[in-house]
Design a protein. Structure first.
Length: 234
Protein backbone atom coordinates (compact mmCIF):
# COMPACT_ATOMS: atom_id res chain seq x y z
CA UNK A 1 0.00 0.00 0.00
CA UNK A 2 2.74 2.44 0.90
CA UNK A 3 1.92 5.63 2.71
CA UNK A 4 -1.21 7.52 1.78
CA UNK A 5 0.60 10.72 0.84
CA UNK A 6 3.67 9.18 -0.77
CA UNK A 7 2.76 6.06 -2.71
CA UNK A 8 3.02 6.03 -6.50
CA UNK A 9 -0.68 6.79 -6.92
CA UNK A 10 -0.06 10.30 -5.63
CA UNK A 11 1.88 11.17 -8.78
CA UNK A 12 -0.49 9.22 -11.05
CA UNK A 13 -3.62 11.02 -9.85
CA UNK A 14 -2.49 14.26 -8.26
CA UNK A 15 0.25 15.52 -10.59
CA UNK A 16 -2.23 16.57 -13.33
CA UNK A 17 -4.35 18.29 -10.67
CA UNK A 18 -1.30 20.10 -9.32
CA UNK A 19 -0.35 21.34 -12.80
CA UNK A 20 -3.87 22.60 -13.45
CA UNK A 21 -4.04 24.32 -10.05
CA UNK A 22 -0.73 26.10 -10.60
CA UNK A 23 -1.83 27.23 -14.06
CA UNK A 24 -5.17 28.49 -12.68
CA UNK A 25 -3.41 30.48 -9.95
CA UNK A 26 -1.02 31.99 -12.47
CA UNK A 27 -3.83 32.79 -14.90
CA UNK A 28 -6.08 34.54 -12.38
CA UNK A 29 -3.21 36.56 -10.94
CA UNK A 30 -1.87 37.60 -14.35
CA UNK A 31 -5.31 38.48 -15.73
CA UNK A 32 -6.35 40.41 -12.63
CA UNK A 33 -3.10 42.38 -12.63
CA UNK A 34 -3.39 43.11 -16.36
CA UNK A 35 -6.86 44.62 -16.11
CA UNK A 36 -6.07 46.28 -12.80
CA UNK A 37 -4.01 48.68 -14.88
CA UNK A 38 -7.01 49.56 -17.08
CA UNK A 39 -9.35 52.18 -15.63
CA UNK A 40 -13.02 52.01 -16.59
CA UNK A 41 -14.26 54.97 -18.61
CA UNK A 42 -17.08 55.79 -16.24
CA UNK A 43 -14.72 55.67 -13.27
CA UNK A 44 -16.97 53.65 -10.98
CA UNK A 45 -15.18 51.95 -8.11
CA UNK A 46 -15.73 48.34 -7.16
CA UNK A 47 -18.15 49.41 -4.43
CA UNK A 48 -20.12 51.58 -6.82
CA UNK A 49 -20.19 48.85 -9.45
CA UNK A 50 -21.51 46.33 -6.91
CA UNK A 51 -24.21 48.78 -5.87
CA UNK A 52 -25.15 49.38 -9.51
CA UNK A 53 -25.51 45.63 -10.11
CA UNK A 54 -27.65 45.32 -6.97
CA UNK A 55 -29.93 48.09 -8.20
CA UNK A 56 -30.14 46.44 -11.62
CA UNK A 57 -31.22 43.21 -9.92
CA UNK A 58 -33.69 45.06 -7.65
CA UNK A 59 -31.89 43.73 -4.57
CA UNK A 60 -32.38 45.64 -1.35
CA UNK A 61 -30.89 45.27 2.10
CA UNK A 62 -27.39 44.28 0.95
CA UNK A 63 -24.47 46.42 2.08
CA UNK A 64 -20.93 46.64 0.69
CA UNK A 65 -17.87 46.88 2.93
CA UNK A 66 -14.09 46.75 2.60
CA UNK A 67 -12.01 43.95 4.07
CA UNK A 68 -8.24 43.30 4.20
CA UNK A 69 -6.36 41.12 1.76
CA UNK A 70 -6.31 40.57 -1.97
CA UNK A 71 -8.89 38.50 -3.88
CA UNK A 72 -10.67 37.80 -0.59
CA UNK A 73 -13.93 39.15 -1.98
CA UNK A 74 -17.13 37.30 -1.07
CA UNK A 75 -20.84 37.63 -0.34
CA UNK A 76 -22.23 36.37 2.97
CA UNK A 77 -25.95 35.56 2.62
CA UNK A 78 -26.31 35.24 6.41
CA UNK A 79 -25.48 38.90 6.98
CA UNK A 80 -26.39 40.32 3.59
CA UNK A 81 -22.93 41.86 3.19
CA UNK A 82 -20.69 41.99 0.13
CA UNK A 83 -17.07 42.14 1.31
CA UNK A 84 -14.58 43.58 -1.16
CA UNK A 85 -10.80 43.55 -0.79
CA UNK A 86 -8.72 46.71 -0.92
CA UNK A 87 -7.69 46.27 -4.60
CA UNK A 88 -11.39 46.12 -5.49
CA UNK A 89 -13.43 48.25 -3.09
CA UNK A 90 -12.21 51.76 -3.92
CA UNK A 91 -10.53 51.06 -7.28
CA UNK A 92 -12.10 51.84 -10.65
CA UNK A 93 -10.19 49.32 -12.76
CA UNK A 94 -11.81 46.77 -15.05
CA UNK A 95 -10.67 43.99 -12.72
CA UNK A 96 -12.17 45.68 -9.66
CA UNK A 97 -15.49 46.30 -11.39
CA UNK A 98 -15.69 42.71 -12.69
CA UNK A 99 -14.92 41.10 -9.34
CA UNK A 100 -17.30 43.39 -7.44
CA UNK A 101 -20.08 42.73 -9.94
CA UNK A 102 -19.53 38.97 -9.57
CA UNK A 103 -20.10 39.19 -5.81
CA UNK A 104 -23.22 41.27 -6.42
CA UNK A 105 -24.29 38.49 -8.78
CA UNK A 106 -24.21 36.11 -5.79
CA UNK A 107 -26.43 38.53 -3.86
CA UNK A 108 -28.92 38.47 -6.73
CA UNK A 109 -28.85 34.67 -6.73
CA UNK A 110 -29.70 34.67 -3.04
CA UNK A 111 -32.49 37.19 -3.50
CA UNK A 112 -34.20 35.25 -6.31
CA UNK A 113 -33.69 31.83 -4.73
CA UNK A 114 -31.46 30.43 -7.46
CA UNK A 115 -31.79 26.65 -6.95
CA UNK A 116 -28.12 25.54 -7.21
CA UNK A 117 -27.24 28.29 -4.74
CA UNK A 118 -29.88 26.99 -2.32
CA UNK A 119 -28.53 23.44 -2.68
CA UNK A 120 -25.02 24.75 -2.04
CA UNK A 121 -26.20 26.52 1.11
CA UNK A 122 -27.86 23.33 2.33
CA UNK A 123 -24.61 21.39 1.80
CA UNK A 124 -22.43 23.84 3.78
CA UNK A 125 -22.98 22.36 7.30
CA UNK A 126 -22.85 18.80 5.95
CA UNK A 127 -19.62 19.57 4.10
CA UNK A 128 -18.06 21.19 7.17
CA UNK A 129 -18.85 18.05 9.16
CA UNK A 130 -17.40 15.81 6.49
CA UNK A 131 -14.23 17.88 6.10
CA UNK A 132 -13.38 17.46 9.78
CA UNK A 133 -13.85 13.70 9.92
CA UNK A 134 -13.09 12.34 6.45
CA UNK A 135 -9.29 12.38 6.40
CA UNK A 136 -8.80 11.17 10.02
CA UNK A 137 -11.12 8.21 9.31
CA UNK A 138 -9.37 7.44 6.02
CA UNK A 139 -5.89 7.54 7.53
CA UNK A 140 -6.91 5.47 10.55
CA UNK A 141 -8.69 2.97 8.32
CA UNK A 142 -5.63 2.54 6.10
CA UNK A 143 -3.55 1.62 9.15
CA UNK A 144 -6.04 -1.06 10.21
CA UNK A 145 -6.27 -4.57 8.68
CA UNK A 146 -8.26 -4.84 5.46
CA UNK A 147 -11.31 -6.29 7.25
CA UNK A 148 -11.79 -2.82 8.75
CA UNK A 149 -12.03 -1.15 5.37
CA UNK A 150 -15.50 0.02 6.32
CA UNK A 151 -13.74 2.76 8.32
CA UNK A 152 -11.99 3.95 5.16
CA UNK A 153 -15.25 3.75 3.20
CA UNK A 154 -17.05 5.91 5.76
CA UNK A 155 -14.23 8.45 5.42
CA UNK A 156 -14.49 8.32 1.62
CA UNK A 157 -18.25 8.81 1.80
CA UNK A 158 -17.72 11.94 3.92
CA UNK A 159 -15.04 13.15 1.53
CA UNK A 160 -17.49 12.64 -1.34
CA UNK A 161 -19.74 15.24 0.26
CA UNK A 162 -16.97 17.81 -0.21
CA UNK A 163 -16.60 16.77 -3.85
CA UNK A 164 -20.36 17.15 -4.31
CA UNK A 165 -20.20 20.61 -2.74
CA UNK A 166 -17.54 21.70 -5.20
CA UNK A 167 -19.48 20.29 -8.14
CA UNK A 168 -22.55 22.28 -7.09
CA UNK A 169 -20.36 25.36 -6.64
CA UNK A 170 -19.41 25.40 -10.33
CA UNK A 171 -22.83 26.37 -11.77
CA UNK A 172 -23.27 28.85 -8.92
CA UNK A 173 -20.04 30.63 -9.80
CA UNK A 174 -20.64 30.54 -13.55
CA UNK A 175 -24.15 31.89 -13.12
CA UNK A 176 -22.97 34.71 -10.84
CA UNK A 177 -20.51 35.78 -13.53
CA UNK A 178 -23.17 35.70 -16.23
CA UNK A 179 -25.48 37.83 -14.08
CA UNK A 180 -22.61 40.23 -13.43
CA UNK A 181 -21.68 40.65 -17.10
CA UNK A 182 -25.30 41.14 -18.12
CA UNK A 183 -25.82 43.78 -15.43
CA UNK A 184 -22.60 45.62 -16.27
CA UNK A 185 -23.66 45.72 -19.90
CA UNK A 186 -27.33 46.61 -19.56
CA UNK A 187 -26.83 49.06 -16.70
CA UNK A 188 -24.11 50.82 -18.69
CA UNK A 189 -21.41 50.37 -16.06
CA UNK A 190 -18.87 49.26 -18.68
CA UNK A 191 -18.59 49.90 -22.41
CA UNK A 192 -18.47 46.85 -24.74
CA UNK A 193 -14.69 46.91 -25.16
CA UNK A 194 -14.27 47.13 -21.38
CA UNK A 195 -16.81 44.37 -20.80
CA UNK A 196 -14.59 41.95 -22.70
CA UNK A 197 -11.80 42.58 -20.19
CA UNK A 198 -14.13 41.99 -17.24
CA UNK A 199 -15.24 38.72 -18.80
CA UNK A 200 -11.62 37.58 -19.10
CA UNK A 201 -11.05 38.34 -15.41
CA UNK A 202 -14.12 36.33 -14.42
CA UNK A 203 -13.22 33.41 -16.71
CA UNK A 204 -9.77 33.27 -15.13
CA UNK A 205 -11.35 33.24 -11.68
CA UNK A 206 -13.71 30.45 -12.76
CA UNK A 207 -10.68 28.36 -13.74
CA UNK A 208 -9.61 28.23 -10.09
CA UNK A 209 -12.95 26.63 -9.18
CA UNK A 210 -12.55 24.12 -11.99
CA UNK A 211 -9.06 23.29 -10.76
CA UNK A 212 -10.25 22.82 -7.18
CA UNK A 213 -13.06 20.52 -8.31
CA UNK A 214 -10.73 18.52 -10.54
CA UNK A 215 -8.26 18.14 -7.67
CA UNK A 216 -10.97 16.84 -5.34
CA UNK A 217 -12.24 14.39 -7.97
CA UNK A 218 -8.75 13.03 -8.61
CA UNK A 219 -8.15 12.67 -4.89
CA UNK A 220 -11.41 10.74 -4.56
CA UNK A 221 -10.44 8.44 -7.43
CA UNK A 222 -7.07 7.88 -5.80
CA UNK A 223 -8.68 6.90 -2.52
CA UNK A 224 -10.94 4.41 -4.27
CA UNK A 225 -7.93 2.98 -6.12
CA UNK A 226 -6.01 2.53 -2.86
CA UNK A 227 -8.91 0.70 -1.24
CA UNK A 228 -9.35 -1.49 -4.31
CA UNK A 229 -5.66 -2.35 -4.31
CA UNK A 230 -5.79 -3.32 -0.61
CA UNK A 231 -8.66 -5.70 -1.24
CA UNK A 232 -7.02 -7.34 -4.26
CA UNK A 233 -3.88 -8.05 -2.23
CA UNK A 234 -5.82 -9.50 0.67
Amino acid sequence: MGYYYFDYTYFLYMLPALVLSLYAQFKVKATFEKYSRVTSSRGLTGREAAEAVLRFGSVRGVSVRQIPGSLTDHFDPRTGVISLSAPVYSVSSISAVGVAAHEAGHAIQHAVGYLPNRIRGFLVPVTNFGSRLSMPLILIGLLLPVQYDFVVLIGIALYSLMVLFQLVTLPVEFNASRRAVRALDQAGVLYPNELAGAEKVLRAAALTYLAATFTSLMSLLRLLAIVGSRRRRD
